[in-house]
Design a protein around this ligand. Structure first.
Ligand code: PLP
Length: 381
């Protein structure tokens, strides 16, 4: 699904010396590389505070701790996402409220959010799934009306831009009260181990969070709040700082691959290709609304699992993200859920398939992948 080796070979000249600097300095924890990467990422995103931490799951948890959410508070999030999002809500003894998603962009459904709000609701966690932003303008308006926090799970969309209805733009992860991201190796900006970060424009919240990631300490050995130990180590920061200048080019390469996939599948009656949130069905050059963490097709009247098996036989990697909606996962069952409220996620888990997507895909690979898929589908109909 990804080609980390091919990418590394191209940037070895920059990454290796950056790692060597850390080895020579012996500053493995909280070294200058971490600070340097933090500053560079703040500049790139146009956000006041980036707080690095150990991984994207911690980032979500720490963001929620920083907002002071209390056991029993309800947190609304998408039913169709990776489990990390709902896991940390449950771990903090908050009450997850899963809601349906949109059939076109797979992101949290705004009307479903409105329906799920109760007097106990304290926060909304939109996940910018597969590389494009949820409908942040509408979500922020709902949050303001009901006095709720918005925590953006930006693990899959770093570098994407969101365009407001008046044409104004913002980077994903800088719109809500706070955002989390992951630097897991296969993410759009990945390190060579685990890493994550929290973003916010709120000075007080940033201060609170800086203490939480460091055992609740604001002054050495004074523990004012219950914290955690969650650090981005200096070697990972060195990798990330070397890769950050390439992020836009990496996202462009993903968009280019997506464009070629889209062209190959254009107008096929059984294949729905992904479309940008800006409403442009071709891939949008102007707004970077989609950075294609995953390239995900929706199939109609196709035996998706048989296709996946066929691709495996041809040694073409593919993935089903996600095969089971969160509301049907044993750990997150809740008798208040009603199947009728999850029409879209129940459909998507049967119809989606994600194709190889990374920065190193070439025309020959794309041609092999798309012709194998088209031959399979056309031979069955
Ligand atoms: C990857 C991911 C996470 C978790 O990140 P880790 O660094 O693996 O902990 C959380 N949310 C989403 C949507 C993700 O894709």
């Amino acid at each position: 699904m990804v080609d980390l080796k091919g990418q590394y070979n191209k940037i070895k000249d920059v990454v290796d010396p950056s790692i060597m600097e850390v080895l020579e300095s012996n500053a493995y924890i909280n070294g200058p590389k971490v600070h340097q990467f933090q500053k560079n990422l703040e500049d790139y995103l146009g956000v006041k505070h980036v707080i690095p931490c150990a991984n994207g799951t911690d980032a979500l948890q720490i963001a929620m701790m920083g907002l002071g959410l209390k056991p029993g508070d309800e947190v609304i999030t998408a039913d169709f996402t990776f489990a990390a999002t709902v896991e940390v809500i449950a771990l903090l003894n908050l009450t997850p409220v899963l809601v349906d998603v949109d059939l076109v962009d797979f992101n949290i459904d705004v009307d479903a959010i409105k329906k799920a709000i109760t007097p106990k609701t304290k926060a909304i966690v939109p996940v910018h799934l597969f590389g494009q932003c949820a409908n942040m303008e509408a979500i922020m308006a709902i949050a303001e009306e009901h006095d709720l926090f918005v925590i953006e799970d930006n693990a899959q969309a770093i570098g994407a831009s969101y365009t407001y209805s008046d044409g104004k733009k913002a980077k994903s992860g800088t719109i809500g009260h706070v955002a989390s991201t992951s630097f897991f190796p296969s993410k759009n900006l990945g390190c060579y181990g685990d890493g994550g970060a929290i973003f916010t424009n709120d000075d007080d919240l940033a201060h609170t969070i800086r203490g939480i990631v460091n055992h609740g300490m604001y002054v050495r050995y004074h523990h004012d709040v219950v914290g955690v130990n969650s650090r981005l180590d200096s070697i990972q920061a060195a990798v990330l700082d070397a890769k950050l200048p390439n992020l836009d080019a990496y996202n462009k390469a993903r968009q280019e691959a997506a464009r070629k996939y889209n062209n190959a599948f254009e107008n096929h009656p059984q294949i729905t290709t992904p479309s940008g949130t800006c409403g442009d069905n071709s891939i949008c050059d102007k707004c970077d609304c989609h950075v294609y963490h995953q390239y995900t097709l929706k199939l109609t009247n196709v035996d998706r699992d048989a296709l996946a098996q066929h691709l495996n036989e041809k040694q073409i990697p593919c993935g089903v993200y996600y095969p089971i909606p969160l509301h049907r996962q044993k750990a997150y069952l809740d008798e208040r859920y009603n199947e009728a409220d999850f029409k879209v996620t129940n459909q998507l888990v049967q119809e989606v398939i994600s194709l190889p997507m990374h920065t190193e895909l070439d025309d020959e690979q794309i041609e092999f992948i798309t012709s194998t898929i088209l031959n399979f589908i056309n031979s069955k109909s």
